[in-house]
Design a protein around this ligand. Structure first.
Ligand code: ATP
Ligand code: MG
Length: 424
């Protein structure tokens, strides 16, 4: 008899099915054993009656034991999932020692046993949401003429500032783990025009926050012949598409996390746009005095987004607050935009138009105090048929943190790497 998944059970009412999975919950009374069986698709309650010859095996079985069962399906409104199975066959696949996770354990302990905690409903639902989200991003890129490409992870040029670079010994030379694929995507965009990549980025963030990981997944795009405004349009279309799809195709996952699907349906273009200088004004009204030239931090972003329902673009930052490769919008500002997620979550995307003129780029590298030698190949792109181009980087975990209303970014990834944790 072929094994079915728990999600298929509604099609088998009154019939027999074979299932396999793990013992999620277990309760024995004098005449019945109730086992809530879990597989990748859900949970179902199984009942073993006193007269079954495997009654004692079922009575003794421990939490997280893997089992294979057969039984008859009946509807039962009170059971989780709405169905119940009366078992006529029960086999242990792999026994379980006493499972260390019980109710109400500390966050630290659950991080220590993350490899086991991943079996929880919460982690399972998060990983599904994450997989769906990444799928929707890919679908959108494909439908909109983008090529998926694979840039390197080992590099010698940093692009988001030296202080968070992870260095490694590369056969006696110094190399770094990638902070961003951007510079490489720029090179590839002069071949394929519209490109994107999904890679891990590494940042040795020294401050402990609820929105920084040391290793995170970075969805980056680069587009030839696109300016800053065109770049923002691409970002808002991409985000809206994914939010709409999640709400329409997987509302139950959103609800599991306390997110109303209709809130995601409301995420559609155009997103509100606020210039950096307008943002300072708004902050002032909210009682926050951010000096001109400074990058808004968590506190400022929270104040800006707390009462908003849709993501917000803040564009044209002061040049000194941003990276060397950004094109000037005027003498004081650069043509860039950060996308801030609503409800206090803050930045999920950073994007900009890139300097595409040779002299301007050389000048900027000098002004930012960087070593031109390190950027020779990158500068080279401006020597051979340069064109206006823009791009952005989206933090996958930050985006998921917003969509699923998570308190901490570490719960948007199976095995989080934080300043004090690389195990398990
Ligand atoms: P922040 O100011 O919040 O540190 P950033 O300006 O360093 O962000 P970018 O360099 O623009 O961020 O990176 C692009 C995107 O990558 C960010 O918008 C964010 O979504 C994500 N990101 C950056 N750093 C981290 C991190 N340490 N952990 C998780 N995601 C990150
Ligand atoms: Mg940063």
């Amino acid at each position: 008899m072929a094994f079915k998944h728990i999600a298929e059970i509604p099609g088998y009412v009154g019939k027999e099915v074979a299932l396999r999975g793990w013992v999620h919950r277990h309760r024995a009374t004098k005449n019945n054993v109730f086992i809530v069986l879990r597989d990748s698709t859900g949970v179902v309650q199984c009942v073993v009656k006193k007269d079954a010859k495997f009654f004692e095996d079922a009575e003794r079985v421990g939490i997280e034991t893997s089992i294979a069962v057969k039984g008859t399906v009946k509807k039962d409104e009170r059971a989780p999932g709405g169905h119940e199975l009366t078992l006529n066959s029960f086999k242990v696949v792999g026994p379980s020692e006493e499972f260390p996770i019980t109710k109400d354990q500390s966050t630290e302990f659950l991080l220590d046993v993350r490899h086991l905690w991943l079996r929880s409903q919460r982690m399972t639902q998060m990983m599904k949401a994450r997989a769906y989200l990444l799928g929707y991003f890919r679908d959108w890129f494909k439908e909109n003429g983008f090529w998926e490409v694979s840039p390197p992870i080992l590099t010698v040029t940093g692009c988001e500032g030296g202080s968070t670079l992870f260095s490694i010994d590369y056969f006696g030379r110094k190399a770094y783990l990638s902070q961003s694929a951007q510079l490489y995507l720029e090179a590839i965009s002069y071949s394929l025009e519209r490109v994107y990549s999904l890679t891990p980025s590494f940042r040795a963030e020294k401050s402990r926050t609820t929105r920084h990981l040391i290793e995170y997944w970075h969805l980056e795009a680069e587009e030839a012949f696109v300016d800053n405004e065109g770049n923002m349009k691409i970002e808002e279309e991409l985000i809206s598409y994914a939010c709409q799809k999640l709400a329409k195709e997987h509302p139950q996952i959103l609800k599991f996390f306390g997110r109303e699907p209709k809130e995601m349906l409301a995420v559609k273009p155009p997103f509100e746009r606020l210039s950096y200088d307008e943002m300072l004004e708004e902050l002032k009204h909210k009682g926050i005095d951010l000096p001109w030239g400074e990058d808004p931090g968590a506190k400022e972003e929270k104040a800006l987004t707390m009462d908003r329902k849709k993501p917000l673009f803040v564009y044209n930052y002061p040049r000194g607050a941003k990276a060397f490769y950004m094109k000037k919008a005027d003498e004081k500002h650069v043509a860039c935009a950060d996308l801030l997620a609503p409800e206090g979550h803050g930045e999920i995307i950073g994007g900009s138009e890139r300097i595409w003129d040779l002299k301007e780029l050389l000048q900027s590298i000098k002004e930012f105090g960087l070593n031109p030698k390190d950027y020779e190949w990158y500068v080279d792109l401006r020597r051979y048929g340069s064109v206006p181009h823009s791009g952005f980087g989206l933090g996958v975990e930050r985006t998921l943190k917003w969509i699923l209303k998570l308190e901490h970014i570490r719960d948007a990834v199976p095995f989080p790497r934080t300043i004090n944790r690389v195990y398990p």
